[in-house]
Design a binder for this molecule. Structure first.
Ligand code: AMP
Length: 589
């Protein structure tokens, strides 16, 4: 259901049919003659000033629709994805409704991943720049408990956290929820998929009955609808459909390549790419490491983001990606969820995603803030049949492309070198005094040597490029060979072809699944959500690919897609859930 907004007559001509527009900066800048787009919602002068300083000129469609209801304290269900401005849609009204000088938290935001929690907390901090008394805290697993407790004791207004850690704080009495005025569930479908929904419901049961609740979700599975019916009080409903629009700004292409040649193909793709940063998605942590090592060896500035990377290092990595110190990030799906870096111009799906939603999430890392982006998917011959499913999901065709040849790589190298020289000549950042010295040096050489300016410039380019050969001359004979399926690929790919059983009552294992035994059970108080969350996190497997789970006293059975790669199996063996190693093994069922 699309909600009409009272600001439909706004002179800036933002479309009022929220299904037809997307919240990108191009649209905001179209309205640059109006600098009062946030007037009329009852925002304080301090907040209006912060928004102006941030360069926000007009509210995005979801913001226009959400502000009036949220400012009045009404509950709200919003179907919207990242990139629509949904964080500000709830953060701004909630900031404005906060009471000053309270110790106990007034706003709680639950987010599925620590990355999203940190991002949302950062947004709250940025938007409350004009409200210096406001205290915002991100709480998530893996971060130091004691410092979180200390901050909560001193007084926090807004807590943004992942369900598990928030639950721990409430249980231990280190987070008092009795003064809570508003609760936000951000990316609710993601929390469901990661197996957090029981934790979320537990948290909801602990909160005061009189509170405002906001639920945002990119999709609305029945479980989320049920949650919304049960806990929200006649909520306003907003739907912002940007998927197709966002996708159209992204060019989707696909390369068919044997698994054994993927690394080489990736190196060629990145070397021929003219643009800013890139993210490469790999299926498991082990693959992220292999890929990153290979790229680093070829001279790329590369970093890894996977579940093993400690939190503080992740934040540093994202920062380095933002400021251009890193050009290629190699990540697993879970670790890169919600990543918001404008300069990502290319997403490479090194491994095919587990399902179409994962693909949509992956490609959502590019084409941000109104920019265009490229998405390249690697498939082996057997995986080609999944491409049409992905095409349907994005409503666009995924064109076939060849692996870049030496000539294309060299063209890109030349283009990049030319851009660097021209940009530097036009906008040098060097001190004027130094430039003057260089100029004197140049004049001196011209005076003393029988060299032309052109010869000197050539020598300078040679020095800048360094001693290594500039033009790429790798073996490219294999690029012409026809691609057929190898037996090995058929075996490996089965791991990605399973689907979670919809018939949860069935005791039989689905044909494409295998049953595993893990050594945690009721005695460890394990719940299906714990197993789904942990296994999804570690294997990169989408939660929905995980099948039936049966919990017994000292062990459990779990059905997973057939053909689990050995490295994932090894990791899962040592993985601890509820403080006990899974010691996963195949059953004879
Ligand atoms: P989100 O959907 O919350 O992830 O926001 C997407 C991006 O849009 C973020 O980088 C925000 O800073 C930016 N943004 C949100 N609202 C506005 C606005 N009204 N004008 C310009 N940029 C915005």
């Amino acid at each position: 259901m699309t909600k009409d907004t009272p600001h439909a007559e706004s002179a800036c001509n933002l479309a009022t049919d929220t299904n037809e527009v997307s919240a990108n900066e191009e649209q905001h800048s179209e309205c640059s003659s109006l600098d009062t787009g946030f007037d009329g919602f009852g925002f304080s002068p301090e907040l209006l000033k912060t928004l102006t300083q941030k360069g926000y000129k007009n509210p995005s469609p979801i913001q226009k629709a959400a502000f009036p209801d949220l400012m009045m304290g009404r509950d709200l269900v919003g179907q919207a994805q990242t990139g629509t401005g949904k964080t500000a849609a709830f953060a701004l009204p909630l900031i404005e409704r906060l009471e000053e000088h309270q110790v106990r938290p007034q706003v709680l935001v639950l987010a599925p991943t620590r990355e999203l929690a940190v991002q949302v907390a950062d947004s709250f901090k940025a938007y409350s720049a004009g409200h210096p008394h406001l205290k915002v805290l991100a709480v998530y697993g893996g971060a130091d408990f004691r410092s979180q407790i200390l901050s909560l004791k001193k007084g926090i207004d807004v807590v943004v956290g992942t369900p598990g850690r928030v639950m721990d704080h409430i249980r231990q009495g280190t987070m008092d929820t009795s003064n809570l005025k508003s609760l936000v569930l951000d990316e609710a479908d993601e929390m469901l998929r990661m197996g957090f929904i029981d934790d979320v419901e537990w948290i909801l049961e602990q909160l005061p009955s009189e509170r405002q609740m906001v639920l945002f979700s990119a999709t609305m599975p029945s479980e989320i609808r049920r949650l919304s019916k049960r806990y929200l009080n006649s909520p306003a409903e907003i739907t912002i459909k940007t998927k197709a629009q966002e996708a159209r700004r992204i060019r989707h292409r696909c390369i068919t390549v044997h698994n054994s040649r993927k690394l080489e193909a990736l190196n060629r793709v990145l070397d021929s790419f003219i643009g800013d940063g890139a993210i490469v998605f790999a299926r498991t942590k082990a693959i992220t490491i292999d890929v990153a090592e290979s790229l680093a060896a070829s001279g790329h500035e590369v970093a890894v983001l996977n579940g093993d990377v400690p939190q503080n290092q992740r934040e540093r990595t994202v920062e380095r990606l933002k400021n251009g110190a890193v050009d290629v990030l190699v990540a697993t799906d879970v670790a890169a969820r919600g990543l918001d870096v404008d300069r990502i111009g290319l997403v490479v799906n090194f491994d095919i995603p587990f399902d179409s939603e994962a693909y949509v999430h992956r490609i959502g890392r590019t084409g941000r803030a109104g920019r265009t982006g490229e998405a390249i998917l690697f498939v082996n011959p057997r995986e080609r049949r999944f491409v049409s499913t992905l095409e349907r999901a994005v409503g666009q065709s995924i064109e076939s492309m060849g692996i870049p040849k030496n000539s294309e790589i060299n063209e890109s190298r030349l283009h990049r070198l030319k851009t660097r020289i021209v940009e530097n000549a036009k906008n040098s950042t060097r001190l004027d005094s130094e430039l003057k010295t260089f100029n004197e040096l140049l004049v001196g050489i011209l005076d003393e040597e029988s060299l032309t300016t052109e010869e000197i410039a050539l020598a300078a380019i040679e020095l800048a490029v360094g001693p290594k050969p500039f033009l790429f001359e790798g073996d490219e004979s294999w690029l012409e060979q026809p691609i057929n399926r190898t037996r090995n690929e058929s075996r490996q790919d089965r791991f990605g072809s399973g689907r979670r059983s919809s018939d949860k009552g069935s005791r039989k294992i689905e044909g494409n699944m295998e049953r595993f035994r893990v050594e945690v059970g009721h005695r460890d108080r394990v719940k299906p959500g714990n197993l789904v969350g942990a296994i999804a996190n570690e294997s990169g497997l989408n939660g929905r690919m995980i099948g039936r789970i049966q919990i017994f006293d000292t062990y459990s059975f779990i059905d997973l897609p057939k053909g689990m790669p050995d490295d994932v199996f090894k990791v899962l063996k040592r993985l601890k859930v509820m403080n006990r190693e899974l010691q996963i093994q195949r059953t004879s069922h």
